[in-house]
Design a protein around this ligand. Sequence first.
Ligand SMILES: Nc1ncnc2c1ncn2[C@@H]1O[C@H](COP(=O)(O)OP(=O)(O)OP(=O)(O)O)[C@@H](O)[C@H]1O
Length: 712
Amino acid sequence: METEELVMEELLSVEAEIQDVQDQIKTLFDRQEKLEERQSELRALLEACKASGSPVQGCPSTTSENWSGPFQWDSEADDVRLNVFGIPSYRANQREIINAVMSGKDVLVIMAAGGGKSLCYQLPAILRDGVALVVSPLLSLIQDQVMGLTALGIPAFMLTSTTNKEVEKFIYKALEKGEGELKVLYVTPEKISKSKRFMSKLEKCNHQGRLSLIAIDEAHCCSQWGHDFRPDYKSLGILKTQFPGVPIVALTATATGKVQYDLMEMLHIPKCVKFVSTVNRPNLFYKVREKPSVGKEVIDEIAEFILESYSNHESGIVYCFSRKECEQVSAELRTRGISADYYHADMDPGAREKVHTRWSKNKLQVIVGTVAFGMGINKPDVRFVIHHSLSKSMETYYQESGRAGRDGLPSECVLFFRPADVPRQSSMVFYENSGLQNLYDIVRYCQTKRQCRRAAFFKHFSEALQDCNGMCDNCAFSNEIIELDVSNYAVAIVSLLKDVLENDQRLTMLQLVDKMKSKHKQLGSTLKKEQLEQLVVQLLLDRVLKEEFQHTAYATNAYVTVGPLANQVLQGKKAVKIETCNKEKSKTAGDVKTVKHRLSGLESKLDELRKELSSNHGGIFPHSVLSSQQMSMISTEKPNSMEELEKIIGKLKAEKYGDRILEEIGKFAGSEDELPEIEASKEEEGSSDKRASKRLKTRKNVVLIDSGDEEP
Ligand SMILES: Nc1ncnc2c1ncn2[C@@H]1O[C@H](COP(=O)(O)OP(=O)(O)OP(=O)(O)O)[C@@H](O)[C@H]1O
């Protein structure tokens, strides 16, 4: 008997050790997977550097074909840009991309939403002889583009399931015989993969030297690592094989290094010239708000936000997790006086189209949609994108929030986050490639109360850091953040889960938090329920815990169990901390109400500053006093006189960024090599202006602001 007990004891200890070893193996495998991913990203960057010689983010350029010109088609291109498209000047990279396509190169374009990708293939399509083929994933997107081009007098057509026989005949004739006027032809990827007839006409067109270029829009759909993988995009590789002499231009708004590498392989364009524009959208203010646990309260907060900040019926989108939620949220918003309607995949296409059109024409303020409200949303003046629920990845969030402010004007992106939303998403994405890893990245973005939100995007897309300019809640509002050491709670959670496991039971995140709550009540716990939830999520991110999934006939349930690093916590080798705010930052940070309040206090001080300026100086606008960074903080417009500057300030004030502008005005009078003025704004109101006026008295090339002028 005694021997049996001893054996039993040893068996348990061996089993525990095996578990430990397995945990370590799992950690190492995870690490290996991450490293391999990074390895392939770096290889892709290296390839791209070698192949293109063009500036690639994160990789120094090796050659330097100068794509800015001059080229023989320069004046013709300028003429078409201005007189056909009505565009006065190129945006960043557009000229270079057009020149590379015109030179017959394969080109990969990564440019943020609204950056102006279409011009990059539409302009060469007009300049080059023959027909340009454009592959685009969505009918609605194609219809919009064809309508737009036709309105400009450009012969553009689409060949899709909705095309009538007559038009189809015209297109085939134009391809085969060059009859009729056809400059740009839009198709879906299915046409390439499924229609032999179409491919044979295209062959003939190319044979006669009339296929001018091939554009592949939303090219990230080629890669299964991307967020919108479309199987038919995989077969687009055939285009380069069949038409090797025709330049391919692949365009997308987002692609990590891995996706770029993948799509270059899929499309057989390894030597393409690559143009990567920044993912930064400087006009978007990112913030995360704590999501109340009561559904109605969430809607109250969303409604309050819209009614207070966007009372002039400015357009917005609210993204929800499910179709049902979508319908509920839109109904609730309506009862609170907001003109809202829902949009999801379960509606018939006619009804969806109707909602979209009403919204596009500003007859509806808010669309409450699921992810189905996605590609092809071209409304330029969307002022806010609210996420009622967590997105499934950084890429998805970047895309969805990026539908705000395509016109370049200040807009807000607000994500309502609550840890309990994590298992809802994880039980949906755990079977996808890197699904959980992607989800945990966006959860990390939401959990932090310290790190710049923008920096998370730069990191995710392997781009060098850029200044956020105070355009996210964590950078703009320096509320005191306290770091709580909650290692003892972590130990209690791990021990509890081990007990549960030994009894062959499982706990969901909410059950675990409830158990902890009742357990800690007895111990006189100080952590609130929300903080316990935050802690459990933190432990998931830190791999102390992990999620496991179980399928039932109706759903997949997510459970929380001990993870690879659980023992380190038990052994006291790993400290666990959570961040908490002194004030309830997430509720107030960046709200228009807050900004307006600060602004009204500062306005009277601006008047004082004006008076001082006018009594001292002679009206010379001191361009030299402003660094380009300061200038860009104020506006993308460049003022040439004080009057113009004041107008811009007035406009920006109306757009709620007045307090930052005042800070900048304070800087006009200061020397750039003084201490960073940005700090002044964080002092008590008024102190920055006092310092500014002091400097005014001592400085020579200062500004005159006419004290008699009305605030524009
Ligand atoms: N150089 C330019 N100057 C001013 N406006 C421009 C310029 N280039 C493009 N635009 C305008 O910018 C808007 C967005 O362009 P476009 O639709 O091509 O963006 P996109 O990069 O394709 O965005 P998305 O990825 O969201 O589809 C359009 O209204 C377009 O006419």
